[in-house]
Design a protein around this ligand. Structure first.
Ligand SMILES: [Zn+2]
Ligand SMILES: [Zn+2]
Length: 744
C-alpha cells in the first residue's frame, strides 16, 4: 500500500519548486452499445468489461456514423478499446471486412497483437506484417488475416508498391487505425501523411473508402493533426471519462551552486537521491533518463546510497532487451521482487509497466505528451507520485519557475507539412509508380501532388496520366525520417549495423570526424566521415565528454510569404536559403561543460532551402542597444532564448530549429533575427512560431526575467548547439528588446 507520508519526508527543501495534488476522479461510464455484435459483447464480458467509459462509447458512436475519429484522452484511459470496438464489431459482422493497424515501433505492434489475441474472438485473424515477417509467411498473411498490424515504413515500401498482391485486402479495407498519432510529426509525420494519402488513393482504386481511427496523447491540435495526417476531417473525442487515482506532482530543481554563473547541482545526483529515498521506503519507482549513460549513473549512485539487500532490488532497463527479458523485469516489478528501475526515455513507447507508486522524469523529455506518458506509470491504482527533476536546460528551468506553463496550459501542437516539396516529390513518384496519376487523384493526394508532378524527374506525361519512367521502385529511395535524399548512413564499425541516418544539412555538424553521436541513449564516437560514400563510421564510446560544432551560417531571403505587423514591428514568414560551414568543434566535459579542446575541421559548406520566421526590430526598440557589439549580443541572446522556448508551442526538439542574428542583414539592410526550420523545405515549425508570435515572445521574456543568473547561463541565453560557441550574448539587452516588443 502506498503511504503518502512515506514521500512527504523526502519532498522538502529549497529543491522543491512545486508540489500539487491532482484529485482522484470517478469514472463516467456508458452501457456497452446494444448494436455491438454478440460475439464482441461476450468477449468483453469474458474480460470483465460490463460497461464502457463514456469516451469509448462516444468514439464507437462516431465511428458508427461513418466518419473518421481521433481519440485524445489521457494515458491509460482505454484508448485502445475505443478504436478496437468499431473494428472488432465490423470484423465480427462481415467476414470479408479488413482492418490495418499502424504502429510506430515493432514492440508496440507486438503488444497490440498480443492483447487482440487475448480477446479470443474467432472472427479476428490478426497478424503482424513487418520487416521481420518471413517471406513464406507473408503470402499466407495477405490471404488469411483480416487485421494486419504493420508500421509506416513497411506500408511505404513493402505494401503500397506491391498493391497488386493486396488487391483483395484493399478492396475490403474498412478501417485504418493509427495509434500513437502524435509521434507522426515533423519530418516523419510529413512523410507518413503522404503514405496515408497513397493508401487512401489505392483503396479508392480498389473500390474502398476506409475510415481512419486515430489515437493520440493529449495535444493542443488533435483535429488538425488528424486532418494533416489523413487529408480528411475527423471527430475529436477528448472528454476523458476514465477514473484517475490521486496523484501528487513534484517539480524538483537541483540546488543552485553558483548563482552568478547559474550553475546547478547535477540532476542525476538529485534523481538518484530521490530514487534511493523512495525505494528505501518500499515504494516501487521507475526513473526515466535521457541517455543510457545517465540511466546507468543514476542506478549506480542510487545503489551506493542503499544497503546491499535493497540495492539488489534495483535494475536498469535497457534498449535492446528482448520481449522475454522485458516481460521478466515487468514480472519481477509487479511481484515486488524489484523495487526500482532506471530506463532511457527512448524506451517509453515500448513498455507497459503499470501499477508503480512513483515515476521520476530526469530532464524534461521534450514534449509534455512524453512527460505525461512517463508520469502515467505512477499510481494507476493507488495514490501515485510523479516527479520532474529539472536539468539546466532553459525549458526545464522555465517550468520550475512557471509550473502552470507545464501543468495547466495546453499549447503544444503536433506540426507537420505533407506538402513540403522535399517530402512530397518522392511520394508523387511513388504514387505514379503505383498507378498513373491524374486529376482524379486530387481528391486523395491533394492538389499539391498534381502540381509537383511536372517537376519530378523520371515522371512522364502520357494519355493515362503521369507515369513512372524510372527503373527501380521509387519508394525505396525515400527514407521516411529525412527531407533530403542526400543522407549519410551512420554505421557502427563494431557490428556493421546501420544506426541511423543523418541528413546532409546536419551531417557535418553532428557526425563529423571526432563527434560524439548519441543514438537510443547510447554514445558513439565518429571515427570517419566519408563524404563520397556518404557514410559515418562510428564505434561505441564510453568517454565523459561531448562535442559541439562551431559553424558559420548565412541566410538569404528567397521569398516572404506572410508579413504582418506584430509587437510593434514587421514580422515575416517565408522561404530562406541557409548556408552553413562547420569549421571546428569543441570537446566538452560532461561533468561541468568546460572546454577540453578545440579542433579545426575542413568541411565543404552546405546550402539548403527552408522556412523561417524573421523580424527587424524598430529603432526605438533598440534604443540604447545600438552600439556594437552590444547590438549583436542582444539579438543573439534573444534568438537563443526564443529557440529554447519554441518547442513549448510546436512539438519539436530544439535541434530541429536553427537561428541567425545579425546587426546588418544584406536583404533587410537592418538588424535582423531569423529562426528557421532545420529541415530542408520546412515542416511547419517556423510557421507555428509566426502564428503564435505574441505568446512565444511573452514566454521568452519571462524566461529571461526569471533566470537567477547574472549575465546569462545555460538555463537562459546559452545554447548547446550555438555555432558561435556561445560568444557574444547579452541577456539584459535581449530582455530589454523583448520587453519593448511586448509593450508596443
Ligand atoms: Zn540564466
Ligand atoms: Zn548562437
Amino acid at each position: 500500500m502506498t503511504s503518502v507520508t512515506a514521500w512527504n519526508d523526502l519532498l522538502v527543501g529549497e529543491e522543491l519548486a512545486h508540489l500539487s495534488t491532482e484529485a482522484p476522479r470517478e469514472a463516467r461510464t456508458a452501457p456497452v452499445p446494444a448494436s455491438l455484435q454478440p460475439a464482441v459483447r461476450e468477449a468483453l464480458a469474458r474480460r470483465g468489461v460490463e460497461e464502457l467509459y463514456a469516451h469509448q462509447a462516444e468514439a464507437y458512436a462516431a465511428a458508427q456514423r461513418g466518419g473518421n475519429v481521433i481519440v485524445t484522452t489521457g494515458t491509460a484511459s482505454g484508448k485502445t478499446l475505443a478504436f478496437n470496438l468499431p473494428v472488432l464489431d465490423a470484423l465480427a459482422a462481415d467476414r470479408h471486412a479488413r482492418a490495418l493497424y499502424l504502429y510506430p515501433t515493432k514492440a508496440l505492434a507486438q503488444d497490440q497483437a498480443r492483447s487482440l489475441g487475448e480477446l479470443g474472438l474467432p472472427a479476428v485473424r490478426a497478424a503482424i506484417y513487418d520487416g521481420d515477417t518471413p517471406t513464406e509467411r507473408r503470402r499466407q498473411i495477405r490471404g488469411w488475416a483480416n487485421l494486419v498490424l504493420t508500421n509506416p515504413d513497411m506500408l511505404h515500401i513493402g505494401v503500397l508498391p506491391r498493391h497488386d498482391l493486396w488487391g483483395d485486402f484493399l478492396h475490403n479495407l474498412r478501417f485504418v487505425v493509427v495509434d500513437e498519432a502524435h509521434v507522426y510529426r515533423g519530418v516523419f509525420g510529413s512523410h507518413v501523411a503522404n503514405v496515408l494519402r497513397r493508401l487512401r488513393r489505392l483503396a479508392r482504386i480498389y473500390g474502398a473508402e476506409p475510415q481512419f481511427l486515430l489515437a493520440s496523447a493529449t495535444i493542443a491540435n488533435a483535429g488538425e493533426l488528424a486532418h494533416a495526417l489523413t487529408g480528411e476531417e475527423a471527430t475529436v473525442v477528448e472528454d476523458d471519462a476514465a477514473p484517475r487515482a490521486e496523484r501528487t506532482i513534484a517539480l524538483w530543481n537541483p540546488p543552485l551552486l553558483d548563482p552568478e554563473l547559474g550553475l546547478r547541482a547535477s540532476a542525476l545526483g538529485e534523481a538518484s537521491r530521490l530514487l534511493a529515498g523512495l525505494v528505501g521506503q518500499g515504494l516501487r519507482t521507475i526513473c526515466f533518463a535521457k541517455s543510457r549513460k545517465s540511466a546507468e549513473l543514476i542506478h549506480r549512485f542510487a545503489s551506493d546510497r542503499l544497503d546491499a539487500a535493497t540495492a539488489a532490488r534495483l535494475a536498469p532497463y535497457r534498449a535492446g532487451y528482448t520481449p522475454q527479458q522485458r516481460r521478466e523485469i515487468e514480472r519481477r516489478l509487479v511481484e515486488g521482487e524489484l523495487l526500482g528501475v532506471t530506463s532511457t526515455d527512448a524506451l517509453e513507447l515500448g513498455i507497459d509497466i503499470g501499477d508503480l507508486d512513483c515515476a521520476i522524469a530526469v530532464g524534461f523529455p521534450g514534449t509534455v505528451a512524453s512527460l505525461r506518458q512517463q508520469w502515467g506509470r505512477a499510481g494507476r491504482r493507488g495514490h501515485g507520485l510523479a516527479v520532474l527533476v529539472a536539468s539546466e536546460d532553459a525549458l526545464d528551468q522555465y517550468f520550475m519557475r512557471e509550473p502552470p506553463a507545464l501543468l495547466e496550459r495546453r499549447v503544444e501542437a503536433a506540426i507537420l507539412d505533407h506538402a513540403n516539396p522535399r517530402v512530397l516529390d518522392g511520394h508523387v513518384a511513388a504514387a505514379a509508380f503505383e498507378a498513373p496519376l491524374d486529376e482524379e487523384d486530387v481528391a486523395t493526394l491533394g492538389r499539391e501532388a498534381l502540381e509537383r508532378a511536372p517537376h519530378v524527374p523520371e515522371l512522364r506525361r502520357t494519355q493515362r496520366g503521369w507515369v513512372w519512367a524510372g527503373k527501380d521502385a521509387p519508394a525505396a529511395r525515400v527514407p521516411l525520417r529525412s527531407t533530403s535524399p542526400d543522407t549519410f548512413l551512420v554505421v557502427d564499425a563494431s557490428t556493421g549495423d546501420v544506426l541511423g541516418l543523418a541528413e546532409q544539412e546536419r551531417a557535418y555538424s553532428t557526425v563529423h570526424e571526432g563527434a560524439v553521436y548519441l543514438h537510443l541513449g547510447r554514445q558513439y564516437l565518429v571515427r570517419e566521415l566519408d563524404l563520397r560514400a556518404r557514410r559515418a563510421i562510428v564505434e561505441p564510446f564510453a568517454g565523459d565528454w561531448y562535442t559541439q560544432a562551431k559553424k558559420e551560417t548565412e541566410t538569404s531571403i528567397e521569398e516572404a510569404l506572410r508579413v504582418e505587423r506584430r509587437l510593434g514591428l514587421e514580422l515575416s514568414f517565408g522561404r530562406v536559403s541557409v548556408t552553413e560551414q562547420v569549421v571546428a568543434f569543441q570537446k566538452k566535459a560532461v561533468a561541468d561543460g568546460s572546454t577540453l579542446a578545440t579542433i579545426p575541421l575542413e568541411l565543404p559548406p552546405t546550402t539548403f532551402d527552408t522556412e523561417a520566421v524573421w523580424f527587424v526590430p524598430r529603432p526605438h526598440q533598440l534604443d540604447g542597444l545600438e552600439a556594437m557589439p552590444l547590438l549583436l549580443s542582444s539579438l543573439h541572446a534573444a534568438e537563443h532564448s526564443l529557440i529554447a522556448l519554441l518547442p513549448l508551442w510546436a512539438m519539436c526538439d530544439r535541434w530541429d530549429i536553427g537561428g541567425l542574428s545579425t546587426n546588418l542583414h544584406l536583404d533587410t539592410c537592418a538588424p535582423t533575427v531569423f529562426v528557421y526550420d532545420g529541415h530542408a523545405g520546412g515542416v511547419g515549425i517556423a510557421e507555428r512560431g509566426f502564428e503564435q508570435f505574441g505568446g512565444w515572445v511573452a514566454d521568452t521574456a519571462r524566461l529571461l526575467e526569471g533566470c537567477p543568473c547574472e549575465r546569462g547561463c545555460p538555463s537562459c541565453v546559452q545554447s548547446p548547439k550555438c555555432g558561435n560557441l556561445n560568444e557574444f550574448l547579452d541577456k539584459a539587452g535581449a530582455l530589454t528588446l523583448l520587453r519593448r516588443m511586448l509593450d508596443s
